[in-house]
Design a binder for this molecule. Structure first.
Ligand code: 16G
Length: 240
C-alpha cells in the first residue's frame, strides 16, 4: 500500500495507513503495533522512515510507547466543542458516556485575595472549595477545583456535588447561568494530577480556567481544571 513513485513522502503514507487502520477498527485501542522491523521488511524501506512515521503518530496522540514492550494504539481523544457553555455531566451524556465524580475534598474556606477578586466578593468571605476527579465511563479525565460563593449558593452537599453543580444551580437554586470566559494553557502534570489521573510522569495536560457568570453578571464560579492531553482535544468554530 506504499507507493514509492508518489510525491507524498513514504513516512507520511505510512502514517496515513496506520490512521486509516485505527479509524476502521482494524487496530483497536491498546493493540500492539507491528514492530519497526516488520514494517521495514514489508515495505522494503529503512527503519528510520518507519520510526519517523511512528514518532509523528506518538506525538499526535494516536499511538503510545511502553518501555521494553513496544508501541500501542492509544484511546481515541474526546473532541470537545468550545462554542457552548456546558457542564461536564452534559458533555459526557451527549456522547453516551457515563459521567461520575470522585470527590477529593469539599470545604468552606475564607476567600483569598485572588478568589475574592475572581468572584467579586470580599476578602475572607466564605467560599466552597470543591476538588473533584471527573470520570467518563469510570476513566479519569480531569481534575477540577471549583470556587463558589457560599453566600450565593446555599445548601451544597456532597450528594449534589457527586451529581451536577450546574443542574443544582439552575433547577434548585433557580439561577440562570449565562456565559463564561475561559483560558486554555498547556502544562506538565503535577504529582497530584499524575496520581489521580493515572497518567505517566511528565505527561502534558491542558490547563483550563473558567469564570462563569449569571445573567445579571454575578460571578457564579471560578474553576481551575487539568484535563488529560492524551484524551482530549478542543474544537471551536470561528466566523469571519
Ligand atoms: C465543567 C466546567 C466547570 C463546571 C462543571 C460543572 C470546564 C472547563 N469546566 O467541568 O466549570 O463547574 O462543568 O459540571 O468545562 P457538573 O454540572 O457536571 O457538576
Amino acid at each position: 500500500m506504499i507507493d514509492k513513485n508518489s510525491p507524498l513522502p513514504i513516512y507520511f503514507q505510512i502514517e496515513e495507513q496506520i490512521k486509516r487502520q485505527i479509524e476502521n477498527g482494524e487496530f483497536q485501542a491498546h493493540n500492539a503495533l507491528p514492530s519497526e522491523r516488520e514494517y521495514a521488511e514489508q515495505f522494503e524501506i529503512s527503519r528510520m522512515t518507519v520510526r519517523q512515521a511512528i514518532n509523528n503518530l506518538v506525538n499526535d496522540g494516536y499511538l503510545y510507547r511502553q518501555k521494553g514492550r513496544g508501541t500501542f494504539v492509544a484511546d481515541k481523544k474526546l473532541e470537545q466543542q468550545l462554542n457552548g457553555l456546558t457542564s461536564f455531566t452534559e458533555d459526557m451524556k451527549a456522547r453516551g458516556l457515563n459521567p461520575s465524580s470522585r470527590l477529593l475534598s469539599f470545604e468552606i474556606i475564607p476567600a483569598t485575595k485572588k478568589i475574592a477578586n475572581e468572584l467579586h466578593i470580599s476578602l475572607y468571605a466564605p467560599v466552597y472549595e470543591i476538588k473533584r476527579i471527573r470520570l467518563a465511563d469510570d476513566v479519569p479525565m480531569a481534575l477540577e477545583t471549583v470556587y463558589m460563593s457560599a453566600n450565593l449558593i446555599k445548601g451544597l452537599t456532597e450528594e449534589i456535588i457527586n451529581l451536577s453543580l450546574y443542574q443544582y444551580v439552575e433547577n434548585y437554586v433557580k439561577l440562570k447561568i449565562d456565559y463564561a470566559t475561559q483560558t486554555l494553557e498547556s502544562s506538565i502534570a503535577s504529582d497530584l494530577e499524575i496520581a489521580h489521573l493515572a497518567i505517566p510522569k511528565h505527561s502534558p495536560i491542558l490547563f483550563i480556567q473558567r469564570n462563569t457568570y449569571l445573567i445579571d453578571g454575578t460571578p457564579l464560579e471560578f474553576v481551575r481544571s487539568a484535563y488529560r492531553a492524551d484524551r482530549y482535544k478542543f474544537t471551536i468554530t470561528i466566523n469571519r
